[in-house]
Ligand binder design. Sequence first.
Ligand SMILES: NC(=O)c1ccc[n+]([C@@H]2O[C@H](COP(=O)([O-])OP(=O)(O)OC[C@H]3O[C@@H](n4cnc5c(N)ncnc54)[C@H](O)[C@@H]3O)[C@@H](O)[C@H]2O)c1
Length: 249
Amino acid sequence: MSNRLQGKRIIITGAVSNIGKEAAKSFVDEGAKVVIGDINEEAGQQTAREIGAHFIKVDVTQEESVSDFVDSAVEELGGLDVLVQNAGLQRLGKVTDFAASDWDAIFAVNSRAHFFGAKYAVPHLRKSGRGSIINTSSLAGKRGGPGTTAYSSSKGAVIAFSTALALELALDNIRVNAVCPGWVDTAFNEPAISFMGGRASQEEFVKRVVPLQRQGQSSEIAPLFVYLASDESSYLTAQAITIDGGIYN
Ligand SMILES: NC(=O)c1ccc[n+]([C@@H]2O[C@H](COP(=O)([O-])OP(=O)(O)OC[C@H]3O[C@@H](n4cnc5c(N)ncnc54)[C@H](O)[C@@H]3O)[C@@H](O)[C@H]2O)c1
């Protein structure tokens, strides 16, 4: 690694497994000081030990929890340069069968939490004189599919939120972008796989619709997070970047 993030102080939520864990590990490997936040305390402590980060428990659906988390993380890091919001929840179902409680749960984690994170992190990013906010959306936020009305809408909201926030914060030299992964091979997609009729059907679907004919790996998504966290992306803001093997074009 080449210390591309030397001196950067980074908070990342939803980082105890898969995409978030790979991103957090890459941040540490590139020289950043990293605090990871997640609702899963046991896995969080384990991940922090494993990758050389600090863990603080947070429930991103609760405003007070996010406020306390950001304060404690900034104290641990001695300031803040980058906020990564990666916690996510997936539930699928046909619109006629979908429960309002599931809709609300999805929006609380996937959409509203981004507002809480920005609300409490921006004052600290302002103090650093520059900043990068990276919000995890999804290909589904641009182009949904059967069963994904709730998930897709919640991720579409992340794109709209990120663009509006980017314009609001441009004069503060705080950049805001959304990362939109396509099919990444993690257990997160179990609800989608079961909705599609099992792993074989999902694999057949992926082969048919993904130009690169396979799912991505978390390690193939993490470099985009590193780029957006680093000063290499200093002229990049208000974008929703798809990383999906070529589906969205
Ligand atoms: N895997 C994919 O194919 C895919 C595709 C597009 C987008 N994404 C997005 O990428 C992100 C990471 O997905 P992943 O595949 O690595 O799944 P993952 O399940 O490993 O990561 C989700 C994380 O969010 C945490 N989380 C959930 N609710 C929380 C809460 N209330 N408070 C704090 N943390 C909470 C979980 O504990 C978990 O660590 C998600 O936002 C997901 O929507 C994933």
